[in-house]
Design a protein. Sequence first.
Lengths: 134, 134, 134, 134
Amino acid sequence: MSFTTEIEVRFKHCDPAGIVFFPRYFEMINDVVEDWFATDLGLPFHELVKENGAPTAQIQATFTAPSLHGDVLTFRLAPTRIGNASLDYELTAHCRDELRLSATATLVHVARLGRSLAWPQAIRDRVSAQIASA
Amino acid sequence: MSFTTEIEVRFKHCDPAGIVFFPRYFEMINDVVEDWFATDLGLPFHELVKENGAPTAQIQATFTAPSLHGDVLTFRLAPTRIGNASLDYELTAHCRDELRLSATATLVHVARLGRSLAWPQAIRDRVSAQIASA
Amino acid sequence: MSFTTEIEVRFKHCDPAGIVFFPRYFEMINDVVEDWFATDLGLPFHELVKENGAPTAQIQATFTAPSLHGDVLTFRLAPTRIGNASLDYELTAHCRDELRLSATATLVHVARLGRSLAWPQAIRDRVSAQIASA
Amino acid sequence: MSFTTEIEVRFKHCDPAGIVFFPRYFEMINDVVEDWFATDLGLPFHELVKENGAPTAQIQATFTAPSLHGDVLTFRLAPTRIGNASLDYELTAHCRDELRLSATATLVHVARLGRSLAWPQAIRDRVSAQIASA
């Protein structure tokens, strides 16, 4: 099962070529992860980051077509693996039928001092259910 | 041969955990690529983007340790391959002896309409020389 | 008559103190102006900026209370004056009943070469109607 | 006495019109304030924000001419008043002889809980000396 949300390309996202500047896609991806945690996993990031954190340990993204100001992007995120403290997901963004980017990434659940920390069981259960229903 | 430059971690780069928010690393990486073009390749981005562009087609990054406000990061970029319109590089950032991130990416030289465009011969020559001297 | 929209404070907006970093408020304000043009003035920014522009000529903002990650901010924008090529507005953001920021700003309609350009009559009419109904 | 530093306009600062997007100027201004604290006041922001903070309480900026990718901006900051916990400054940015922006702002020294906090005497002394020598 995947999580889907839409983000409109804004003036602030665009570079002098009039297309999304690639670091702005990573801000969008972070928003999508936040929304997924709040909506599907029941753990809003503003709760999670009070005590702990979930930084991105690695990410790879391929930008297959440029996005223009005014485009509405449909992001789809699906978890693919949950380890003790790690969590892999894959993500795509489309505008209408055109793929604009595809990415895979790993989040790590950490304590404030930076040590990895097992995911709460409730998160593990929901992510596992999403992976199982894929 | 690699290109080296330093970037200090600023307040603006840091998140509520007090560490660099990962999309800000991609802004830093873009600055490093700009500096490399201006310094080693003789083609400042503000010249390059007047007519054409060099968007990032794909990038993958691994964040091996967090960076704190005030850290001075040493970025090292080395080209690894130049195709007709593509250009691969690898990049690392260290703080003192600690690796903070490693990345590989592909730039594509494009005309304003988005079609790929062969790199100018002067760029090709300089990048090839850097690769050869690695 | 004023335009109202909501923006949720995201992780990306917040600084190491856990509150919105003030330059991010200006990105939010730009989004609000974009939404106002699209919704109330019938001129989406991605249309407007194809030929011309509407840069901010001056802005002043007072931040009366900090905003936290997870807060939902209600922005209210009202135009106060439309000149030949200029447009003044005032804006507030509240979280529940608490005022977080108030701002006033001036946009200028410009041609691509930077010269000021009279607002289209349709824009002038709608803004004037909003001012009149305040 | 004023503090002076240079910032080059980067690709990341520029919008689809090819000029600096105004919220990016506020990121630059924050960098200038950071540099001023570190260089002239002996209190790097990464030290200051460990325990306390210095958020911007109000700012007003006038953008008198657009800045282009590749421009080198000379920022000049001068304190104008130091209160118990507040600090006013004025700032300009020029490119060669052309004024690009002028701003005035107020910082407030706060404890982590958000209450205002008297500036340390060493800061007060240095700022007062700068104001006196203006």
